[in-house]
Design a protein around this ligand. Sequence first.
Ligand code: SF4
Ligand code: SF4
Length: 95
Amino acid sequence: MTVNVVYIGTGMMLILLITSSLYRKQKRKGKVVCVVESICTGCRRCVKKCARHVLETATGETGIHAVVKYPDKCSACGDCLGKCKFNALKLVERI
Ligand code: SF4
Ligand code: SF4
C-alpha cells in the first residue's frame, strides 16, 4: 500500500514537471531577448551568463551597453534576464 502511494506520488510529480517544462517552452517560442539601451550600464553580467554567446557590449550614443549580436542563437531561456539588476533586458516577439 505504502509502495503504491510512493509510485503514484512520483508519477504525478514527473507529469507535473514535464507539463510545466512544455508550457514554458511553448511560452518562449517565437521570442528573443532585447536590450533597453537607455537603462543598460554595460556591466556585462548578462554577457557572461549567456551560454549561447548571444550578447556582447558595444559603445553607442548613450555609452557602453549590451547588444544582441546573434539573435538567431537566442533560445529565449531568460537566464540573462535574471542577471540584470536594472531590468534592461526583455523577451519580445521575433519579427
Ligand atoms: S535569453 Fe537565454 S539564450 Fe537568449 S540571450 Fe538570454 S541567456 Fe542567451
Ligand atoms: S546585465 Fe543589464 S545592465 Fe548589465 S550589461 Fe546586461 S543588460 Fe546591461
